[in-house]
Design a binder for this molecule. Structure first.
Ligand code: DC
Length: 220
């Protein structure tokens, strides 16, 4: 199996690029952020503060997460329910980043993620894929972009979805999430030593996708 790891902060372009490359090359795209989002969503729905570590740990066993593919699209099942359309809000982004600091949450996700990668050619994106989940990946990419560019991208996405958006607020949310994801003790976001770093600030999605597909073809 060929395993490609793509890590980087929120808004660097990971999911758009990984999705395209996977479809072009016949890989499965695995969005690991969606799994943490499903756990965050479960806690909100259960009336639990995602920062309340003890309560989150107590409740964790009640959240069964499965990943299935329908027409090539990843669906995250939470206790059998497809929650794809419920996990893209700012509230859930924040909750995901908060529950993701906890070791039992990460352990549960790691098992699920490794199982998928064992059985398929995957392009998996997240924060700790190259460093913790797939340390022996055939190719590791670390995608970055400036906070300004990432906030601008999220702002545009929100407007396109018809959601209200405030660029300064988005910038603050992204910076706070970067800080939490990069400074936690469990599998923090950082570039793996053997990862190729690509700064996408001044690149189009097509340019980045081409560059990554070229690198994947080399390791195939
Ligand atoms: O990629 P995303 O924005 O959907 O991820 C949501 C949050 O989940 C992110 O802020 C941190 C956490 N996460 C993580 O800790 N490890 C991963 N492999 C993927 C996401």
């Amino acid at each position: 199996m060929i395993n490609v790891a793509i890590d980087g902060p929120a808004g660097a372009g990971k999911s758009s690029i990984a999705k395209r490359a996977a479809s072009d090359l016949g890989f499965i795209y695995v969005d690991t952020g969606a799994m943490f989002r499903a756990i965050g969503f479960y806690m909100i729905r259960s009336g639990i503060d995602p920062s309340d570590e003890e309560k989150v740990k107590e409740k964790l066993d009640g959240a069964e997460i499965d990943i299935v593919y329908e027409d090539g699209v990843q669906c995250v099942l939470l206790n059998g329910e497809n929650v794809n359309s419920l996990i893209r809000t700012e509230e859930v982004s924040d909750a995901a980043s908060k529950v993701a600091v906890l070791a039992p949450v990460r352990k549960k996700m790691l098992i699920l993620q490794r199982n998928i990668a064992k059985n398929h050619d995957v392009i998996m994106d997240g924060r700790d894929i190259g460093t913790a989940v797939l340390p022996d990946a055939d190719l590791k990419i670390y995608l970055t972009a400036s906070v300004e560019v990432r906030a601008q991208r999220r702002y545009k996405e929100n407007l396109e979805k018809g959601m209200e958006a405030d660029i300064e607020e988005i910038k603050r949310d992204i910076s706070e999430r970067d800080r939490r994801d990069m400074t936690r003790s469990e599998a923090p976001l950082k570039k793996a030593e053997d990862a190729v770093e690509i700064d996408t600030s001044d690149m189009t999605i097509d340019e980045v996708t081409d560059e990554i597909e070229r690198r994947i073809r080399k390791v195939r």
